[in-house]
Design a protein around this ligand. Structure first.
Ligand code: FPP
Length: 263
């Protein structure tokens, strides 16, 4: 058995949910689609709002677990540009949870050194939600252990369209020429240009698609799917995802190191 294989077979027999971070390749940026709240609630004969509440609580657990592994950026999909089509009462619950969340959990986020940022079409959100975003960002910008990015009113296609609009304005104003538009310049006009692209995108709940999440930024992200519903997604599942990520060979369209050595 090769050394690599024996190392990984130790993981499969692991006794605790977590492993020592030094045994893994840790993504700089992890993104998570928090899916399955509704099904979690249905299984317990609870209203969907209870599922979303349990999902919001589990975000706190995710942050703690990512802290254990020293992950620097964690982006979570909390509300998409398509979620407005849900029943009004459900949209209302999600907005309420959002408003509540950053006040209620701020002491814990502070204790963990977590900076909060938002990505999405924030300017189109109701005034009170924009105020929550500004307050959470301002109050946490000195924290440097980890950055939690909450995608709210986020759609990957809308982000790309808005970047194109910004560039078109700059061309119209004579600030740039259309031939200056490169992938780099385009990326600088996305919502959070200073944040590195996600290395790994996780989707729990058994669905295997990315649903308009980080369309540009996720072009080379590794994907990992799990059948566990989001409110139950804990340390064991995160560790499983990180072990799978550690085994992946990221080539970004090039060749693996072994193949290059063969040449
Ligand atoms: C998808 O599950 C989940 C959402 C649309 C909302 C995710 C929101 C949270 C976890 C809580 C709010 C977050 C913050 C930051 C306060 P679904 O309800 O579509 O699940 P289903 O497919 O089982 O119905």
């Amino acid at each position: 058995m090769k050394a690599e294989e024996s190392k990984f077979s130790l993981f499969s027999k692991r006794k605790s949910a977590e492993v020592d971070p030094s045994e893994l390749k840790i993504p700089t940026h992890l993104a998570v689609i928090m899916d399955g709240n509704g099904r979690w609630a249905k299984k317990r004969m609870l209203p969907r709002s209870a599922g979303h509440r349990a999902g919001a609580d589990n975000l706190k657990t995710l942050c703690k677990n990512c802290g254990h592994y020293g992950i620097k950026y964690v982006t979570v999909y909390a509300f998409s540009t398509e979620n407005w089509s849900r029943p009004e009462s459900e949209v209302h619950t999600l907005m309420e949870l959002f408003v509540e969340y950053f006040d209620r959990y701020d002491p814990e986020l502070e204790a963990e050194g977590i900076r909060v940022r938002f990505t999405g079409d924030i300017a189109s959100l109701p005034e009170n939600i924009q105020t929550v975003c500004k307050r959470a960002e301002e109050g946490s910008k000195h924290r440097d252990k980890m950055t939690l990015i909450v995608a709210f009113n986020y759609g990957g296609r809308r982000e790309i369209v808005q970047a194109a609009q910004k560039l078109a304005e700059k061309v119209k104003a004579g600030a740039i020429r259309s031939e200056d538009i490169s992938e780099e310049l385009f990326a600088q006009n996305l919502y959070l240009p200073d944040v590195p692209d996600p290395d790994l995108i996780i989707r729990p709940s058994g669905e295997e698609r990315t649903s308009n999440f980080l369309v540009w930024e996720g072009a080379y992200s590794e994907l990992w799917f799990s059948d566990v519903l989001w409110p139950d997604f804990g340390m064991k599942e995160l560790t499983d995802a990180l072990i799978a990520y550690t085994r992946r060979d990221r080539r970004f369209g090039g060749l693996s190191k072994e193949k290059k050595d063969e040449e």
